[in-house]
Design a protein around this ligand. Structure first.
Ligand code: NDP
Length: 481
């Protein structure tokens, strides 16, 4: 049965449908999903505006209960929904379950934030005048989310949007619609005004583009690729719509001569190949001090070769397929490109045949690569990592910072001086010390610099900057009579 869109509070069929196949086994049809029409989009946007005004007037505890219920349901159904997520996206079951649980935590965190919206006050420079500064909802928020964290990324946008009193129109990635419908079903049954939350599945170039061009939308939160992000920003500026964008990166993990090598290898393998390398925080550049280079590479290659690739829902695997055939072909083209640029493929990077037809490839490691190579400058979103050899800490830091991106970076060292210097001088939004470049918390800001991010930070209290607008009130109470 076709899964429907949520339009102005009603579950409706669309103008067409798409099939969603399991990337671990393309004979497994995950489901058929409606594609919203442009008129449905207009209808749901109009309804969202009136529903938002109603929601903003709900009491704090009423809003808090809604978010808490969503979060608790996600966490209690992590097993079931994690299985669905892994089935359609291809990440190992343990990662799918973890993602659903984490998505729940975003909702419970922002449930509590409903009660912590405290403004500022000040005395005016004018006698007898007081100032009250508080945040109000920004209005109707368009959320455009990617397939690689279909539930978590959407949740770290939807939860604060609702917490701060906004309506949401959500366009999920067409590669992962089942997770989107599951989350929408949980949200829709809550105590919320009709039409406060909409699901508009459809292609990015059609329904996504219309959504970001709409003058009814007050703010757009996007996660995805740089070219699409730039297009969205250009559309947004036409209506002076607020934008927040989290895009790609080319994150570096610097391994120093004093590093605990086993730890460094574990961090590099997890950072490069977790989620099949399809993470904006993936460690795709491994910048390694000459002194430990050969020993590190030997252990790294042995570790990569030992990674068990297979069907995402099978218990004994560590890495699933990539999300689609298109992504697989792009990845294999990057392998060829790396070799043609002069990097040496030390292992992997090849299509894998399995008993079931899916989009499998072996984790690949390039060595003897240079930071100027395209494989080290472009986000590949693949289970591929490159080792870049450096001669000193200073050179490592320079290479880490020599990128157009700037989401995360990490250093593996036992030196407090180096880790402190790195923490303060790496030009990324997130810095890690003796930890992977991927894997962040929900109660603190997340975002990057350069081409990685644009607009206010996501997550934690920082999200309030994007999902609210500030009002400054001046009050002259006069003298009591
Ligand atoms: P896209 O940037 O194309 O897609 C991200 C989201 O934007 C999807 O929901 C997509 O919809 C939507 N979208 C696409 N075009 C438009 C548009 N014109 N207007 C509004 N919304 C639009 O990323 P892909 O999924 O195609 O992945 C391509 C590459 O992007 C990856 O290989 C990776 O490098 C990068 N990426 C980075 C992510 C990150 O976390 N930073 C996440 C995902 C991708 P739909 O998919 O339905 O077309």
């Amino acid at each position: 049965m076709t899964k429907l869109n949520l339009i102005a509070g009603e579950w409706l069929a669309g103008e067409s449908e798409i099939e969603n196949l399991n990337p671990s086994d393309v004979t497994d049809l995950v489901g058929i999903f409606a594609q919203a029409s442009h008129s449905q989009l207009q209808a749901t946007l109009a309804k969202a505006r009136s529903a938002q005004a109603e929601w903003a007037n709900f009491g704090l505890e009423r809003k808090q209960a809604v978010l808490m219920n969503i979060g608790n349901e996600l966490m209690s159904r992590a097993e079931e929904l994690g299985r669905l997520l892994s089935r359609e996206e291809g990440k190992p079951l343990v990662e799918g379950k973890g993602e659903i649980y984490r998505a729940g935590q975003f909702f419970t965190y922002y449930a509590a934030e409903c009660l912590r919206q405290i403004g500022e006050n000040a005395d005016s420079v004018r006698d007898g005048v007081e100032i009250d500064v508080r945040r109000e909802p920004v209005g109707v928020v368009a959320i455009i989310s990617p397939w690689n964290f279909p539930t978590a990324t959407a949740s770290w946008k939807i939860a604060p949007a609702l917490c701060y009193g906004n309506a949401v129109v959500w366009k999920p990635a067409n590669s992962t619609p089942a997770s989107a419908v599951a989350l929408t079903e949980i949200i829709e049954k809550q105590d919320i005004p009709t039409g406060l939350f909409s699901l508009v599945m459809g292609s990015g170039s059609s329904i996504g583009q219309r959504l970001v061009e709409s003058p009814i939308v007050n703010a757009i939160s996007f996660t995805g690729s740089v070219p699409v992000g730039k297009g969205i920003a250009a559309a947004a500026i036409e209506n002076l719509t607020k934008v927040q964008m989290e895009m790609g990166s080319k994150n570096a993990l610097a391994v120093m001569d004093d590093a605990d090598l086993d730890l460094a290898v574990t961090l590099a393998l997890g950072g490069a190949f977790g989620g099949t390398g399809q993470k904006c925080t993936a460690s795709s550049r491994l910048i390694v001090h000459d002194f430990v280079h050969d020993a590190f590479v030997e252990k790294l290659v042995a570790g990569a070769k030992a990674i068990k690739v297979g069907h995402a829902l099978h218990d004994d695997i560590q890495m699933g397929p990539v999300v689609s055939n298109e992504q697989l072909q792009e990845n294999l083209a990057y392998v060829d490109l790396g070799k043609s640029e002069g990097a040496e493929l030390a292992c992997g990077g090849a299509r894998l045949e399995m008993p079931h037809e899916g989009f499998y490839m072996s984790p690949g490691i390039f060595v003897n690569s240079g930071n100027e190579m395209r494989i080290n400058r472009e986000e590949m979103f693949a289970p591929l990592a490159s080792v870049i050899r450096v001669g000193s800490y200073d050179e490592a830091l320079a290479v880490v910072n020599d990128t157009n991106f700037g989401l995360t970076s990490g250093i593996v060292t036992q030196s407090l001086a180096r880790s402190t210097h790195f923490r303060r001088n790496a030009r990324t939004g997130v810095v890690t010390v003796n930890l992977p470049t991927a894997g962040t918390d929900y109660h603190v800001p997340f975002g990057g610099r350069g081409d990685s991010s644009y607009g206010p930070r996501e997550q934690g209290k920082a999200a309030a900057e994007f999902y609210t607008t500030v009002k400054t009130a001046y009050i002259s109470a006069g003298a009591p009579k």
